[in-house]
Design a protein around this ligand. Structure first.
Ligand SMILES: Nc1ncnc2c1ncn2[C@@H]1O[C@H](COP(=O)(O)OP(=O)(O)OP(=O)(O)O)[C@@H](O)[C@H]1O
Ligand SMILES: [Mg+2]
Length: 257
């Protein structure tokens, strides 16, 4: 029995999405142990995701959420000392960041990284330079009509919500399998959060798997199929998102909501 099987609480999957319960694993993360220098931060994290699922990765400030995403994207800092990351049968734990990205693991970091001096469209074109290619710019504009309207505007002059859309759109221009989102709702008004959540549902409907890290845990849980909660670098819950929404004591203990 793996670590995750040992800790996963049996819980009802969302009745609309119970297909995911029987689908084969797509991303399998086993016993990740990662360090910043001597600091042991990601302390044996394991979980699985089925293709097309949205997983909310939650936990208090400093729980290790960003560090886990960075480890999955193979950014090198924190450094992975132990563990395995299998995505669609490929060993990402043996890869560097650019190879992991080529194999479909793409991180949208918290600071969004819009490139100054470039228009919306140029930001998207730049993302398409390196093969393997993902979505066409036309397809991106269908999903994000606001970006189409602002295609000639400089990216850094967009509103916060539009910049978040651009950074997600840029990820889709790569040949993406798993979208890693670090705090995509940060600083955004509730109406914009809803708009981005709808877009993320549409992205899921196109078969892309997503891991979302969010301080706005309720919004993330409403979007997600599953939830993993971290505390001090360890997985303390792995189950359905609905279970977390229903379990006030669990939320109070690990999410302070
Ligand atoms: N570059 C770094 N060097 C050393 N320690 C770090 C570094 N980055 C993060 N840490 C430490 O690792 C731990 C986990 O940080 P991480 O940023 O992964 O947490 P988080 O769950 O994303 O928190 P938040 O909700 O505040 O974004 C924290 O104790 C943090 O101080
Ligand atoms: Mg963080």
């Amino acid at each position: 029995m793996t670590h995750v099987e040992a800790i996963r609480k049996p819980g009802p999957f969302d009745k609309n999405r119970n297909m995911a319960a029987t689908a084969p694993k797509y991303l399998s993360v086993w016993d990740l142990q990662a360090y910043y220098g001597e600091s042991y931060i990601v302390q044996g994290v394991s979980f699985d995701i089925h293709e097309g699922e949205i997983l909310a990765l939650l936990g208090r400030n400093g729980a290790g959420k960003t560090s886990t995403l960075r480890t999955l994207a193979r950014l090198g800092d924190p450094q992975l000392h132990h563990g395995e990351i299998w995505l669609d049968h490929k060993p990402l734990h043996e890869m560097k960041a650019h190879e992991a990205a080529q194999n479909g693991m793409v991180l949208v970091p918290e600071d969004r990284r819009i490139i100054p001096g470039l228009t919306v469209e140029e930001n998207l074109q730049l993302a398409q330079i390196a093969p393997p290619h993902g979505w066409s710019i036309e397809r991106v504009y269908e999903l994000f009509p606001r970006l189409a309207e602002r295609r000639r505007q400089e990216g850094v002059t967009l509103s916060g919500g539009e910049q978040q859309m651009l950074s997600i759109a840029r990820a889709l221009c790569r040949d993406i399998k798993v979208l890693l989102l670090d705090e995509p709702y940060e600083g955004l008004a509730p109406v914009i959060v809803q708009e981005i959540a709808k877009t993320l549902e549409m992205i899921r409907d196109q078969g892309i798997t997503t891991i979302i890290v969010e301080q706005n845990a309720v919004a993330a849980l409403k979007l997600a199929d599953r939830a993993v909660i971290l505390d001090i670098g360890k997985v303390v819950f792995d189950g359905s998102a609905q279970e977390v929404l229903d379990d006030e004591a669990l939320r109070a203990q690990y999410l302070a909501i």
